[in-house]
Each structure stands twice: as C-alpha cells, then as structure tokens.
Design a binder for this molecule. Structure first.
Ligand code: BEZ
Length: 210
C-alpha cells in the first residue's frame, strides 16, 4: 500500500523536477511522494496544476493540507528539513551561501538549456531568434567553464544541493542538446559527472530511460 502523503506534479524531462527527485532519493523520502505527470509547455497550461500555483510551475509539491510549494528551490529546501540525515543544504554561515550560489549557477545553466529547447523545438521555425539561442548557449558555456576552472574540488567533496543541480543540468544538456559537445572542453567535469551518474539516485531518475 502506498504511504505517499504528498503529490509532486512533474514532467520527467525537466531538470528542475529531476533535482527534486534526486533529493527525494538521496534523503530516503521517495515513499512520501506520489508522482503526477503533467504534459506542460509554456503555451499549453494544465488547469489542475494552476490550483494553488497560479504561475503553473513544475515542479510543484502539493502537501496533505492542499498547500502547494513551488519552485524547485523551495521544494528542495522543504524536503531537506524533513529528514534526519546529513543536510543537503548547509543550514547556516558561509557554506550555506556558497553552496546555494553554486546551486544557482546550476539552475541558470538549466534555465538556459530549457530556453534553448523551447526556442529550437517549440517555436515555429520562421519565428526563431538565432541571437537568443546563441546567447543562451554562451551562458551555458561560461557556466560550464567556470565549474571546470573553479569548482571541481567542491563538487567532488559532497553530493549536496549544488552537486545535484550541476549533475541534473549536465543530464539535461545530454538529453536535449546531444550535439553540444561540452566534455572536450571540461574533462574534469566530465569525469566527475561520469562518476556521480552511477549513484542510485541519478540512475533511478535518468530521463533517457524513464
Ligand atoms: C523538456 O521536455 O525538455 C522539458 C519539459 C518540461 C520542463 C522543462 C523541459
């Protein structure tokens, strides 16, 4: 019998959803959440998702009392306060701001990759804006270069909210931008990603097999 008390509105390909799913796995809370898939794009809203979540964001987590939490940052912080293991988000001090800033960089890379996807997949071809796509891809390249040059040791140290975010961002680039070719320029990041991809939480949430 299911013991799920919360509902996660999700789309399997979303890297922001995957981040929440990985947090659920890493903190042993998967049984607490039932998954409800929504087929959402920016131009096709889903009525049920909009209840308590007027911007219609995914991921969104509906609690037992009907309250809806969004977005992925808020949900991850909430879930991290619901378990007794090592926190995935440092509770205070400089480590907190440092790891959250690294997590924010990961989110920005995801954002740019998702916007690229929308522009190249959803938008009619005659309305596409090449400079926009180039600017998003430049943002991704700058982000990945920064991770390679300055953050490999921190990523390797602990699989926390920052590392989870980076891993999900790289997974999404591989899924939706397979020609992007980031590994040659970022060999240390590629080696780190190959390693963390073996984690049970990453394997269980791999969008290419779900
Ligand atoms: C995708 O299919 O790439 C996608 C779906 C939902 C949110 C973000 C991305």
């Amino acid at each position: 019998m299911s013991t799920a008390s919360m509902t996660l509105f999700h789309s399997p390909a979303s890297p922001f959803v995957r981040k929440v799913l990985v947090v659920l796995h890493e903190t042993g809370q998967t049984d607490r959440v039932a998954l409800q898939t929504v087929n959402l794009t920016p131009v096709s809203p889903v009525a049920e998702l909009n209840q308590g979540n007027p911007a219609g964001k995914i991921p969104a987590l509906r609690l037992t009392d009907g309250t809806v939490l969004h977005d992925s940052r808020v949900i991850c912080e909430y879930l991290d306060q619901q378990h007794v293991g090592n926190p995935l988000i440092p509770k205070e001090g400089w480590p907190r701001w440092h790891r959250l800033t690294l997590a924010s960089l990961a989110d920005a890379i995801m954002d740019a990759a998702v916007l690229t996807r929308y522009e190249t997949f959803l938008r009619p071809e005659d309305k596409r804006w090449d400079s926009w796509i180039d600017a998003q891809q430049d943002k991704i390249r700058r982000g990945l270069a920064n991770l390679e040059q300055e953050h490999i040791a921190e990523l390797t140290a602990v699989f926390d909210i920052a590392a989870i975010g980076v891993a999900c961002a790289l997974g999404y680039i591989d899924l939706r931008m397979p020609e992007f070719g980031w590994r040659e320029q970022q060999p240390q990041l590629a080696a780190w990603y190959a390693q963390v991809s073996q984690r049970a939480s990453m394997q269980a949430t791999d969008p290419s097999v779900t």
